[in-house]
Design a protein around this ligand. Structure first.
Ligand SMILES: *Cc1c(COP(=O)(O)O)cnc(C)c1O
Length: 217
């Protein structure tokens, strides 16, 4: 199936409250334009340099989401235009995003990444660290960022009950966090292999790459 057909099929299956981030990392401009012409406007990338090159060339009404792990010294390259940063996993990073956003007189929306998977290679806060960060005085000082939700990645496994359990944990943490930060609205969870489970467990934003654009090399 073509990119347009894949996209159409996925979009038709989504409840109206779920946003689709089309993950275009490693994919050429022509593929992104296929999706754009089919109406897609939100694209996710995991490398700041690659995302910035694409932003420079492609239509300016595309909303670029940074979904990958971020090096602090590269935040400056995306501060002008990035519309959501999914993978914020340290206070230091949040401070750097704030600093760079200020230079552009912007408020950059961010998601805090939560570690839910069993693998310890995946980045993110645990529950205690999350509580610490959302109740810290530091965070109130950061006028140029806005925490709008949480993001997580489930374990890479075929064990569906395991995946479901991890998404349930994240959803429950999301609800708890809302008691402290009532403006939280986004729960970014679910990828090509598990987004249906994620939606059933309360996702508001799925990040789908290979099911739209085909396998990556
Ligand atoms: C690559 C990536 C995705 C998309 O993965 P697919 O399995 O191709 O849908 C989603 N989220 C993150 C954080 C990624 O790095």
């Amino acid at each position: 199936m073509s990119i347009k057909e894949n996209l159409k099929k996925i979009k038709e299956s989504l409840p109206s409250h779920v946003k689709l981030v089309a993950v275009s990392k490693t994919k050429p401009l022509a593929d992104i334009m296929d999706a754009y012409e089919a109406g897609q406007r939100i694209f996710g990338e995991n490398k700041i340099q690659e995302m910035t090159q694409k932003w420079e060339i492609l239509p300016k009404d595309i909303q670029w989401h940074m979904i990958g792990h971020i090096q602090r010294n590269k935040v400056k390259y995306m501060a002008e235009y990035v519309s959501l940063i999914h993978g914020v996993d340290t206070l230091k990073l949040l401070k750097e995003i704030n600093k760079q956003a200020k230079k552009h007189q912007r408020i950059i929306p961010c998601l805090l990444q939560i570690h839910i998977a069993e693998e310890d290679t995946k980045f993110g806060f645990d529950e205690n660290e999350l509580n610490e960060i959302i109740t810290s005085n530091d965070i109130q000082q950061l006028a140029n960022i806005k925490i709008v939700g949480l993001m997580g990645m489930a374990t890479f496994t075929n064990d569906i009950p395991q995946i479901r359990k991890e998404f349930k944990q994240l959803k429950s943490l999301f609800e708890k966090t809302k008691t402290v930060l009532p403006d939280l609205s986004e729960l970014s969870m679910g990828m090509s292999g598990d987004y249906e489970i994620a939606i059933a467990e309360g996702s508001t934003m799925i990040r789908v790459g290979s099911s739209i654009f085909g396998a990556r090399n």
